[in-house]
Design a protein around this ligand. Structure first.
Ligand SMILES: [Zn+2]
Length: 158
């Protein structure tokens, strides 16, 4: 039970020193990791697409109600309201971008005339458009896009 650590190297009185609190131990208790918050909002939009070079049914035109999930993070709460940012602001920001995709044939939308409108690329498109449009107190963490509840593609940048 009495383990001796040789922090104090005065040799002769080491037995007595064991009963006093050790500075090293009290230091380990403090020093908490700084905390952060993440906020998640979801939205959806309806559109049709065709996956070029798929070699199967998805190459034909078909539609989805795409689900979109946006996650933002931050480490400072607003001093008065104690929130990171109003959810409404993130939703509005997402809505403005989805407006460009909603009820469209995605293959005809400028950003997908060259690259496929896969869930992966849609998530990347939203992320890149949104990155600099967010309120300053939050940072964009990731954007996910799903064609069904059982599967989603997530894009983020380190
Ligand atoms: Zn599809």
């Amino acid at each position: 039970m009495r383990e001796e650590r040789s922090q104090v190297s005065s040799g002769s009185v080491s037995g007595q020193l064991l009963s006093s609190p050790r500075i090293q131990e009290s230091k380990e208790i403090g020093d908490p990791m700084p905390g952060k918050w993440k906020l998640t909002i979801t939205q959806d939009f309806s559109a049709s697409h065709q996956l070029r070079n798929y070699g199967g049914k998805c190459e034909n035109m078909h539609g989805h109600n795409f689900g979109v999930e946006v996650v933002v993070e931050g480490d400072k709460l607003d001093k008065k309201v104690h929130y990171l940012v109003d959810f409404k602001e993130i939703k509005q920001c997402t809505k403005d971008i989805l407006e460009r995709l909603d009820h469209k044939h995605l293959n005809d939308v400028e950003c997908f005339t060259e690259i496929n409108p896969s869930s992966e690329n849609i998530a990347m498109f939203i992320y890149k458009e949104m990155k600099d449009a967010l309120p300053k107190q939050v940072r964009l963490s990731e954007v996910s896009v799903s064609e069904k509840d059982s599967s989603k593609a997530t894009y983020w940048e380190e």
